[in-house]
Design a protein around this ligand. Structure first.
Ligand code: ZN
Length: 306
């Protein structure tokens, strides 16, 4: 039997339109270009090329040098979704697009349909804390119905919300973490049994609630992405190995999805996170088949990727 492909279920594309969008919203002095330059100087980040196809080729070259076969790439601002869709369409064997959407905006369901049907996105990414809604609110239902219609996935960011780049651009923190409780996902997941929901980062601090939601609903999975710095918010000492052990116990090996939260260059694709997580999963025992499911097979099944 051949190994399933190695798929990273959680990456940010962070292309030029994303930086442009943050710079336009930023209260910093100067032009958009000057603001981007200042942030580049203070962070040491390598800015994405203004030509989106160059950015795409850089990512594909990065993948070529690593062991990863496919990335699920997110737009992190609605203005970036077109670029992510183009990248995924240009490299369908390596890239799968997921678009951020705010269900509070006018014609959100129509926008969702355009992204999923016309632009070929395979899922949507929702930020209840950032956009001020509860995931079980009826206003989200039309968007979830659009996802169900294309058998896509819905990432629901729960727990702590921190985007360091937003801070560097001086953007106010407006997130209300009380809206980001994974338990709000339970009624939504029950109402939409044909949508597969994914809670990133083991719930980003709301770990217990994530385990509870996962035990309650078969259509909720969790991803393992990020440095998992949220562990510091827990009242008990937990290691990443403890986190994996409990998540695998509550969700089972079919609903834990490997991710890195890779984003800007020069860091590029975070192979170090693969190594760390892979050695943890191996140390917990389990078969090679289960390892293969967690590191690609599960997200491939949810997205019907071949
Ligand atoms: Zn992320």
């Amino acid at each position: 039997m051949t190994n399933p492909p190695l798929i990273d279920a959680h990456c940010h594309w962070f292309s030029n339109p994303f930086f442009q969008a943050l710079a336009e919203e930023s209260p910093m002095a100067g032009t958009v270009r000057q603001r981007i330059s200042l942030v580049q100087e203070s962070t040491g980040l390598q800015l994405p090329d203004e030509d989106d196809s160059v950015h795409r080729l850089n990512w594909l070259a990065e993948m070529e040098e690593s062991s990863v076969d496919r990335l699920v790439i997110f737009s992190s601002h609605p203005k970036e979704s077109g670029t992510v869709a183009e990248a995924a369409a240009a490299a369908p064997k390596q890239l799968t697009g997921v678009a951020v959407i705010n269900p509070n905006v006018e014609n959100a369901a129509q926008k969702a349909r355009t992204l999923l049907v016309e632009r070929g996105m395979r899922g949507l990414l929702l930020f209840p804390a950032q956009h001020g809604f509860r995931i079980d609110s009826p206003l989200v239902d039309p968007v979830l119905e659009e996802i169900a219609a294309v058998q896509g996935v819905c990432y629901v960011h729960c727990g702590l919300f921190k985007v360091p780049l937003r801070d560097h651009f001086g953007l106010k923190r407006t997130a209300n973490p009380s809206l980001a409780n994974p338990l709000y996902l339970v009624p939504a997941a029950d109402r939409h049994p044909n949508v597969n929901f994914i809670i990133p980062h083991f719930g980003a601090g709301m770990f217990r609630e994530t385990l509870m939601a996962g035990m309650q609903c078969r259509n909720i999975s969790t991803d393992t992405s990020s440095s998992n710095g949220w562990i510091r918010t827990q009242s008990q000492n937990l290691t990443l190995k403890d986190v994996f052990e409990r998540a695998l116990d509550a969700f089972g090996t079919k609903r834990v999805l490997f991710g890195t939260d890779s984003g800007p260059f020069p860091a590029g694709w975070r192979e170090d996170r693969l190594s760390e997580q892979s050695s943890i999963v191996r140390s917990l025992g389990g078969s090679a088949d289960e390892h293969g499911q967690i590191f690609g097979g599960n997200i491939a099944r949810l997205l019907d990727l071949s």
